[in-house]
Design a protein around this ligand. Sequence first.
Ligand code: ADP
Ligand code: ZN
Ligand code: ZN
Length: 734
Amino acid sequence: MSGTILRVAVPTPLTRVFDYRLPEGLDTPQPGARVCVPFGRSEVIAVVLSIETRSDLPKDKLRDIKSVLDQDALLDAKTLSLLAWASRYYVYPIGEVIATALPARFRQAEPAVLPEETYYAAVASADIAALKRAKRQMQVMQYLLDHQAPVCEAEVVAVAANNRAAINALLDKGMITSLSKPWLPPCGIAEQEPPELSDEQDTAVKAVLNASKRFQPFLLFGVTGSGKTEVYLRLIERMASEGRQSLVIVPEISLTPQLLMRFQKRLACTIVSLHSGLHDRQRAMHWLAAVKGQADVVIGTRSAVFTPLPKLGLIVIDEEHDASLKQQDRFRYHARDLALVRARDANVPIVLGSATPSFESLHNARRERYHELRLTVRAGNASPPKIGLLDVRRRKMADGISEVLVAEIRRHLDAGGQALVFINRRGYAPVLICADCGATADCRRCDAHMTVHAASHRLRCHHCGAERPIPETCESCGSSDFDWVGQGTERIEQALSAAIEGARIIRIDRDTTRRKGALESHLAAAHAGEADIMVGTQMLAKGHHFPGVTMVGILDVDRGLFGSDFRAIEQLGQLVTQVAGRAGRAERPGEVLIQTRNPDHPLLGRLIREGYRAFAEHALEERRDALLPPYSHVALVRAESTHANTGRAFLKGLVEQVRLYPEEVVPRHAVMMFGPVVAPMERVGGRYRYQLLLQANQRNYLNQLLLTIRHQLEADKHARKVRWSIDVDPVDFF
Ligand code: ADP
Ligand code: ZN
Ligand code: ZN
């Protein structure tokens, strides 16, 4: 009888692996291959972790594998070891970690082969002049003639503006042919001449290429518009010419199409994207092309960090400071931190790029764990924006905008520029208050006010999504007299259109960009100069390039100055600098005005006068004095319950148990516990939330303790009454 045992990971919230017997007659799959196994009363897709000869369980207790889906590894050895590392570090079950790494299709039984696709090619002898009167057919024909290689159906259909009849007509006339072959990622066309590199860019490119065959993290600290992307392009180009793959991670899905286009215009190599905006089928194809080494470049969001890349040569993390690189639910991993582990395992350089590096990365650069590369000037002719504080304590304001700011915007518009007005809150007003009794309209499921959305005439909770119509009368006193207090993007849009006659305004926030393609079309309109003013939330702050913008107004920094989270000030500094960076990116110099009631705030002043770095260094000193990250390591254990205090009692019990752990598990005083405390917002979506903060000087002790806690909670029946989670290196404390 065959003695082969497969140790597999099953997608289940349990921190353990499972052993199965390989029945006679089945070939042994490689680790990293998928198998179908019986699990409880159902069957699930599992991934083989290792091949064993013995199990802790007696052989007759083991069940048989049902079938082997891949003979070869779908996840290679390096990826498996990264996933195992992540599972331990983030204290999260390996089965679910693997599920995060696999595209949805491969979490099911879908075979791991690139599907056959239809391709079209032009017949060289075709007489194109005959198509004079058929515009669409002409376009398709021209496009195919311009491309030497056959072009895939989706692309041709797009060229034909979805007019399939045009394609069929060409086929009927014998002017084009179709063929079927496994899908291959399209190749970029390098139609744009690369600019000549500045000295700083050149130094950066050379430094990374010098380290191109070993692990070396670089912090590319370049002011907005300094040409960081150009540096990435040069590095990627070189990698591709050596047959090595580059992995580029961006924080936002809205940034991938932009970057993808730019890459395709500059690089004559195969590029695929990986993000949640793709259909499952596309995503599986792109992923597989990367895994098979057929894509030279992979651009993706967070989870792309797990893509197996057999010829990996370089990793780039763009906007490395961005909080959305950290997943905020379930498997709470940080893509930047995992990318560093990955680069180390693969022995390749990694470039972390940002105009506003995270405090962690600046700290690592100071300790020379990262090699810092600086781009201090803007590329081309652009000069840095002039940033000023606008003390609005005694100014005349209309709907939250001071008259001075309005006048400045008007001046810039008159001079032919565009303006950008930033307020990090959507909707019309954050509070609806009864003018007679002072009652506010609050969410029934959260400790939060409902936001007034005037256009849709509804109240919405921005925390749980609850909504209801704006009431006619006050629930407490029956009055029909309400005040709408505070501002959101909607109100600012309205105020500006009243104040500046004839101004064309585009509002960009989650409400106006919900529809697929809406963000792209808003951005395109802004670029084309079809708008004078863009009003928006932080969506506007990220990476977008508005060459015509000469004036930026920032309206609500004061909230960020006094945030309860220790990262609030860091995030504010990043936001202000990033938003300011949208001004004057082309020939015209930019100007930034920040409205504040706290013009004497020391860190804000430093940020304006001395720039982000000086600001960060001071803020880092405050972190050091308080022993906060990066000067210590922290984790949160969170608990949510439907009844008040159940979660708190649960965490209290946990603290008592941890105190009883033997010294071998964690030496006394190696990890400090703070709490449990009520979360900054106690109730969200009808659940009460509590948290316990764990802090340690040494990461391994913290990790050891968390693993023990996880095992205990999984075994604890009472733990099922609450929803608990562990967050290692939390980025927010909400
Ligand atoms: P970042 O990524 O740092 O924000 P980009 O790479 O997007 O900056 O560059 C900003 C603009 O400057 C882009 O339009 C880019 O094409 C241009 N650019 C970059 N490098 C150069 C250069 N060396 N010479 C001229 N223009 C450049
Ligand atoms: Zn009232
Ligand atoms: Zn709510």
